[in-house]
Design a protein around this ligand. Structure first.
Ligand code: PLP
Length: 212
């Protein structure tokens, strides 16, 4: 895949208080080098094996590594010491494991199943309070925010409604537990503009960085 011709302008069009995490599942480490040379140094991978391959090849680079896909508990050991952010914390089993194995706190977003079809692995709204309550007891989980995916092919209005839901949830959680959840990981190629307008701090972009 080739980068879009106007990649520099595209990157510059993203507000500077929003972190652009390049979703790398479509590309190899070579293409990541080109992205890096264009100023992107936050990368997000979905799969453990692909992550390890890319991590190995890009060790010399000053990169922030995000894991954005579902992380199975039995594969977590391969990645949890290498990543800087986990966007997809979605089970207590995984959280307890990370808490036990990490020597320093791992920055985590809870993936919330605001939309059950897109966030198949996210924490359901019925469970979220209990989930947060347990997470707050774990010293090696640094809970920094919430992550969601919007429903594909939503209209502009529908997108705004979905992002509003997570804003409301964040406010409720902050009030209930007297915590701060400063970061919101939301927005992909088709909805990052709406996501930014609703306060996304981390957008995860894949296809839009490249030519068709
Ligand atoms: C692939 C992927 C993205 C990026 O999707 P695009 O639509 O290509 O921008 C973002 N987040 C997650 C979790 C992904 O798997």
């Amino acid at each position: 895949m080739q980068l879009r011709d106007d990649i520099k302008n595209f990157i510059n069009s993203i507000p500077s208080n929003v972190t652009l995490v390049a979703a790398t599942k479509y590309v190899s480490f070579e293409e990541m080098k080109v992205l890096f040379d264009n100023g992107i140094n936050n990368f997000g991978e979905n799969r453990v094996d692909a992550f390890l391959d890319k991590y190995e090849h890009l060790k010399e680079y000053d990169i922030k590594w995000h894991f954005i896909g579902h992380l199975q508990r039995n594969k977590a050991k391969y990645v949890i010491d290498k990543i800087d952010y986990l966007h997809s914390l979605d089970s207590l089993e995984l959280a307890y494991y990370i808490n036990k194995k990490r020597r320093t706190p791992l920055k985590c977003f809870i993936e919330v199943a605001i939309n059950n079809e897109e966030n198949k692995n996210g924490v359901e709204l019925d469970n979220i309070y209990h989930f947060v309550e347990e997470i707050l007891k774990l010293e090696n989980i640094e809970l920094i925010g919430l992550m969601m995916m919007s429903v594909r092919y939503s209209s502009h209005e529908e997108l705004l409604n979905q992002f509003d839901k997570i804003l409301q949830l964040r406010e409720n959680l902050e009030n209930e537990y007297n915590i701060k959840l400063p970061y919101l990981s939301m927005g992909m190629s088709d909805d990052y503009i709406e996501a930014i307008s609703k306060g996304a701090t981390h957008i995860r972009l894949g296809r839009i960085l490249f030519k068709e």
